[in-house]
Write a protein that binds this ligand. Sequence first.
Ligand SMILES: *Cc1c(COP(=O)(O)O)cnc(C)c1O
Length: 404
Amino acid sequence: MNKEPVSRELFDDVMVPNYAPGKIIPVRGEGSRVWDQQDREFVDLAGGIAVTSLGHAHPGLVGALTEQAEKLWHLSNVMTNEPALRLAKTLCDLTFAERVFFANSGGEANEAAFKLARRYAWEHYGADKHEIISFKQSFHGRTLFTVSVGGQPKYLEGFEPAPGGIHHADFNDLDSVRKLISKEKTCAVVVEPIQGESGVKPADQAFLEGLRTLCDENDALLVFDEVQSGVGRTGHLYAYQMYGVTPDILSSAKSLGGGFPVAAMLTTAKIAASLGMGTHGSTYGGNPLACAVAQKVIDTVSQPEILKGVTARSKRLRDGMMAIGERYGVFEQVRGEGLLLGCVLTEQWQGKAKEFLNAGLDEGVMVLIAGPNVVRLAPSLIIPESDIDEALERFERAVKTVCS
Ligand SMILES: *Cc1c(COP(=O)(O)O)cnc(C)c1O
């Protein structure tokens, strides 16, 4: 096996330059701590962008993965497999869903969701009813369809022509949806219950309820992209359960695999019928390794004491960040739910989120940003409270440096 020493510099020589990774290369992790090549230790409040829901090297996940690894890795969908069937059953038992489609990433789960919405409308109402309404600033993935449904035009720049029939309304503004929706043309309204990438902005209760009503009145499907908000992030298994507003289709990924690539699209039996034999597929979707790991994640995260723990940890982290924000005048608000938090920079610090991320790394704490004005936190759902306290101390030192 190739064990050549490698360094961050090599990235620029061998990788496509679409990312700008930080200067360190982490090599191992345990719980909410990560160590780099020089054995420097970090507290992880980033969670691999809301992915490592049970931290690093969780013994239960390592066990599920290795147990399955010794049995069977892959079959393709020419056969079904036990882990996929069990996971689908579990997801149906715990949510509104009656049918599940597995994919490998959030973008793919959304691609399936949008294709299903179109196909369902095409089958039941005809080809004119193909329009999708989504929201400005939303994020749904990087495939051409999902980036077109997403509401950040910069991600589409230079990749046009985009698929047609997509409109963008204003988030948390029902009137802007009313202006675009119609019984004749709209097949689906797509929304993140908490907009993640664009700054951790929760939807208003009345907004989601209003979308449900508008969709019902216009025979349109309501699609919740819960790729970031799902699987315990909010202290509820899915955010729709917190809002009490049930979608017709839901996409789940990120935390679902706890670090193993896996995604799911959930829907009802009636709607699922429109993805008939041969209409859609994925070679890896429902892979036994991925489903065995996701099963362990869901079994663990869905326990009431884990979900309650998210709420307690959220308060500790939120209060700590707000206190730092007030002491140094850097945050005007900490918003979000559970362990998906956005610390919104004050006027004076607008555009500088990345400076706080970099200073955090220097002090041994990993955080995320969500756009230029928000420091985002999405740690493990079971991060020890002592790690939260340590992370807050380190982050405060980072803020002090940035401010001095
Ligand atoms: C991350 C994200 C996606 C894309 O997921 P990938 O796994 O990167 O394809 C889609 N929707 C939301 C809300 C996300 O946060």
